[in-house]
Structure formats: C-alpha cells, structure tokens
Design a protein around this ligand. Structure first.
Ligand SMILES: [Zn+2]
Length: 328
C-alpha cells in the first residue's frame, strides 16, 4: 500500500516521509527547562528562538523530511495569560514558530543539504485544548464532554489562522484525545480551504483513542475531510501502533495515508517523570517497516525521541543515512 495521491504531492519518492522526533525532548537535551511550564516548548518562542532553530536543525541533519513547529502548547490566550503580552504580539509569536522552522529549512538547503531534490516541509503543530488547560486532561479529552464542537472550533481558530497565514506547508493536529475535538478540527480546516493537514490521535490501547472511543470512529471522522493527507496516532507506545492501524485498516480512505509517530514507549510517572528503560528508543526503527507495509507514509517520533533515533529510523526505512539523496 503506497502513499495516497494527496500525500504524494509532497513526496519525491515512494518511501515514507520521515518526521522529526520530540522537539521538547531535544530542547531539554540541550538544557532548556520546560518541566511544569504551562507554555512548554512554546515559551522559547519568546525567550530563546535560537534554541528552537538549533533543535530543528539537528532533526534536519538527522534526516527528517518534515519538521514540526514549537507551537503544540501555544495559543493566543496562553501567551496573553502567561507572557503578559498583547494578543497582537501573541499572534506574532505563533507565526514566528513557522518562520523559525522555515528559516532553518532555508539554511539547511543553502548549505547544499539535502543532496538531491528533497526539501523538508514545515508542519504547524496544533495540540489539543487540554494542553492549554495544563491539568493532564490532554490525555483524557474529558473537557470535550462539557464543550460543544462550536466552542472547540472557537478555541482552535486563532492558532490555525496564524500557522496557515505564516505559511506552514501542513498543519499537524496532534495528540488529539477525542472524536469531538477531531470533528471540530475537521470542520475548522474547511475555513482554510487552501491548507492541508494531518490528524493524529493519542490512544489508550490497541483499539481506542484516549477518551475511550474506537480508533475506527476516529478514522471515519477523518474520512469526512478532503483536506487531510493522513490520519493516525502519536505519543502512544510503539507497541500499540500495529494493532491500532490493523483495527481500522479497511476504513482508511484511498485519499489518505497513515501518520505514525509514537513516543519511546517508556512510562510516564507524574511524580518521577519518564521511567527510563534502555531498549525503548530502538522500537520505532524496528517496527517502522511493519507500519510502512500497513500504509504509513509519514513516520517519526514523539516524546523521548531525539535526532539519533530519527537517523536510525531513516536508515531502516530508506536504507541510507541522512545526507544522501532519496532515490527518485
Ligand atoms: Zn509526545
């Protein structure tokens, strides 16, 4: 099963596009202190944009075909509340997430990388409303029960508006925990008819997204959009990906591909943080060929996945290191 026509528009060969890993993970590896910050990596748009450029650059060097902006936890309201800036400045900060990514791609290309026709894409990250709430509900989606689709659209509209206006190649709706929020995003995307996006869910097991709905229903929701290039899962354990895709494989629209970027599979403890297990990060490269055979055309990593893991993923999927051209 190859990539859909909608996605092939962005591709130079028939192999999957390699996504980057966890941007916050890489920023923390370089010394940023994001733990417990209500803006998370988005704070650095205000305080240290160079750190974001550097992190994007390292993912490009490792072979990412797509880099994702530092806007997962960014919102106009969040910036106004936590940075004490005007809403106009907040909008500029959101747009700067795309600009920093594009500048980094320009620099990378001006240095003659990558060799060959591959030019990396910029995906504008939109996290769930629960990420703004900063109370753990981004992984349950519980808030959606109390909200209407219209209210969720109102929340997401300014962010999507900024990211598309700033020229993101794609919007990445990611770590979405509920069908209702997905419906809101699918409807909202229609207000930006020239924009394409992928829609990626967080999941609780091999059949269900985080709020307990079946992944099959998540895929049916995605199928209603003519602007989505891919639907899938992120920030779950790599072990859940194959059963999740299997559960909904027959439903995937021929216009759509899977997008898959799990975390390392290590467990998160609210007191102790990530509980490290040595083998975890090897799982993504190891399982990636299975996902590709299942129809995944966008494959990368989420939390705890750094540039070295992305380089290994690229070797697994493309049989070449980051610096060589993709075969046409
Ligand atoms: Zn993650």
């Amino acid at each position: 099963m190859g990539p859909s026509a909608r996605l092939r528009h962005y591709m130079y060969d028939n192999g999957p596009l390699i996504l980057d890993g966890g941007l916050a993970t890489e920023l923390e590896a370089q010394g940023a202190n994001l733990q417990g910050d209500p803006l998370w990596s988005a704070r650095l748009l205000h305080t240290d944009p160079q750190a974001i450029r550097n992190a994007h650059y390292r993912f490009l060097l490792s072979g990412a075909d797509v880099i994702t902006t530092a806007t997962y936890q960014a919102s106009v309201t969040g910036f106004v509340n936590h940075l004490d800036v005007s809403s106009e400045r907040a909008r500029e900060l959101l747009m700067s997430g795309v600009q920093l990514s594009k500048e980094t791609v320009e620099r990378f290309a001006s240095e003659g990388r990558p060799a060959g026709p591959r030019r990396p894409l910029v995906a504008g990250s939109v996290g769930p409303y629960g990420a703004f709430l900063h109370d753990g509900s981004e992984y349950t989606g519980a808030y959606a029960e109390e909200m209407s689709v219209e209210e969720l659209k109102v929340w997401h509209r300014p962010q999507v508006d900024c990211l598309t206006a700033a020229g993101a190649d794609l919007v990445a709706f990611e770590t979405i925990p509920s069908i209702k929020e997905a419906e809101a995003l699918v409807e909202l995307l229609r207000e930006f008819p020239n924009s394409k996006a992928w829609l990626s869910f967080s999941c609780q097991d091999g059949r269900r997204v985080s709020d307990g709905s079946l992944f099959t229903d998540a895929v049916k929701t995605a199928n209603r959009s003519s602007q989505l290039v891919a639907v899938g899962v992120n920030c779950c354990s790599p072990a859940l990906v194959e059963p999740l895709l299997d559960s909904a494989g027959s439903l995937l629209s021929p216009d759509m591909s899977w997008v898959v970027y799990p975390n390392s599979g290590e467990e998160w403890d609210t007191e102790q943080g990530w509980l490290t297990s040595g083998k975890a990060s090897a799982l993504i490269p190891e399982l990636s060929r299975t996902w590709m055979k299942q129809g995944a055309a966008l494959i990368g990593g989420c939390c705890r996945i750094g540039p070295a893991h992305i380089a290994e993923l690229r070797r697994q999927l493309k049989g070449s290191s980051a610096s060589s051209a993709s075969a046409v």
